[in-house]
Design a protein around this ligand. Structure first.
Ligand code: DAH
Length: 338
C-alpha cells in the first residue's frame, strides 16, 4: 500500500514535469512545500502520531521533501535555459545593425573655433554679451549719432520695449570696458542681426568675432600686425592683405580689410573680411562716464578694435557659394564638413 505522503510526492512530481513556465512551477512549489503546503502539513501532523508511526512517516516526509525540491530545482533550470534559447531564435545576426550616427560641428562653429584659437594664441581672452541689447550699448556708447541710418527700424530689429537685436558684436567692446580696467585684450565671438534683404551673401543673422585691445601705446602697426597674422594663418602665407580707409563712428582712423589669394577659389579678387580701426576717444569717454571713473582716459590709453565677418570667412575658406546654406540644416551640405 502506498502512503498518502508518497501519493502527494508522485502528484507533485507529475505537476512539476508538466509545469509550462517558472511561474507555474512556483505555484506547484507553494502548493506542496510552502508554509501551509500539503507536504509541509505532514510536519505538523507528526506531533499527533504514535511513537511507532513517527520514524516511518518522518523518513517518508524527508524523502518527499528532498525529491520534490530537487525536481523543482531541475525543472526550473530547464525552463530558464529554454527561455534563453527561445529569446535567441528571433535574432538574425546576418541583418544589418542599427547605425549609430556620429554628429559633427557646424561649419560656422568650426570657423569660430579656429578664429578663437588663433586669437587666444595672441593672448586675447574671451568676452561675452547678450544678443538682445539696449540702444546705448549698440549705438550711443559707440559714438553713433541718433540719426545714423543703422538705427533705423528698416535696418535693425527692435523689440516692443525699445531694446534690439544687436547689429554687431561691437556692443561687447563696451561691456568688456565697463567690466574691466585697461589694459584689456579680448575677443567676442557671436551673432549679429540686421534687417537685410536676404540673398546669397546677406542673412538676417550672421556671425562676427569682435576684438578689442587697449593698452598704453597701442598703434595702427599693432592692429595691422595682429590682423595680418590672423588672416595669413587662416588662409595661408601667400595671402595678400589690404587695408582700405573707411569710416566707422567708433574708430578713428578706420579701415576695411580685404584679402586675396591664388589658393582660394576667389583667386585674383579682393574680398572684404573685416572692419577695424583705432578706438575713438569719444568711446573711451562715454565708457568712463558710465563707469563713473577716469579708467579709460584717452590721453593715457589707446586701442584698436575690429569686427571679422565669420560667415564670410567660412564661405571663402570652405568655398561655400550661398550664406543661406548655413541655416538650412540640409544634411547633404552639413555632412561635407563632418
Ligand atoms: N561693427 C562693424 C560692423 O559690424 C565692424 C567693426 C568695424 C568692428 C570697426 C570694429 C571696428 O570693432 O573697430 O560692420
Amino acid at each position: 500500500m502506498t502512503h498518502p505522503l508518497e501519493e502527494l510526492r508522485d502528484g507533485a512530481l507529475e505537476e512539476i514535469a508538466a509545469a509550462p513556465n517558472e511561474q507555474a512551477l512556483e505555484t506547484v512549489r507553494v502548493h506542496y512545500l510552502g508554509r501551509s503546503g500539503s507536504i509541509s502539513a505532514w510536519g505538523e501532523r507528526m506531533k499527533t502520531l504514535s511513537k511507532e508511526e513517527r520514524p516511518v512517516v518522518g523518513k517518508l516526509l524527508n524523502q518527499a521533501r528532498t525529491a520534490v525540491s530537487a525536481a523543482i530545482e531541475e525543472a526550473g533550470e530547464k525552463l530558464r535555459a529554454a527561455q534563453e534559447s527561445g529569446a535567441l531564435t528571433g535574432l538574425d545576426i546576418s541583418l544589418p545593425g542599427t547605425p549609430n550616427e556620429l554628429g559633427a560641428l557646424h561649419p560656422l562653429t568650426q570657423m569660430l573655433d579656429r578664429g578663437i584659437e588663433l586669437f587666444r594664441r595672441m593672448g586675447f581672452a574671451l568676452a561675452e554679451g547678450p544678443d538682445i541689447e539696449d540702444e546705448w550699448h549698440c549705438f550711443d556708447a559707440l559714438n553713433t549719432a541718433p540719426d545714423h541710418p543703422a538705427r533705423n527700424e528698416a535696418d535693425t530689429f527692435y523689440l516692443p520695449d525699445g531694446r534690439l537685436l544687436r547689429t554687431h558684436t561691437s556692443t561687447v567692446q563696451i561691456r568688456a570696458m565697463q567690466a574691466a580696467s585697461p589694459p584689456i585684450r579680448v575677443i567676442a565671438p557671436g551673432s549679429a542681426f540686421r534687417r537685410d534683404e536676404i540673398d546669397a551673401t546677406h542673412s538676417a543673422r550672421f556671425h562676427q568675432i569682435e576684438g578689442l585691445y587697449v593698452d598704453e601705446g597701442v598703434s595702427v602697426a599693432d592692429l595691422k600686425g595682429t590682423l595680418e597674422f590672423f588672416l595669413r594663418e587662416l588662409f595661408g602665407p601667400g595671402t595678400a592683405v589690404r587695408f582700405r580707409p573707411h569710416y566707422f563712428p567708433f574708430t578713428e582712423p578706420s579701415f576695411e580689410i580685404d584679402v586675396k589669394s591664388k589658393a582660394l577659389k576667389s583667386g585674383e579678387k579682393w574680398i572684404e573680411v573685416c572692419g577695424c580701426g583705432m578706438v575713438h576717444p569719444a568711446v573711451f569717454e562715454e565708457v568712463s562716464r558710465s563707469r563713473g571713473d577716469a579708467a579709460y582716459d584717452p590721453e593715457k590709453w589707446t586701442g584698436f578694435a575690429f569686427g571679422l565677418g565669420m560667415d564670410r570667412l567660412a564661405m571663402i575658406l570652405f568655398d561655400i557659394p550661398d550664406i543661406r546654406l548655413f541655416a538650412q540644416n540640409d544634411l547633404r551640405f552639413l555632412r561635407q564638413f563632418a
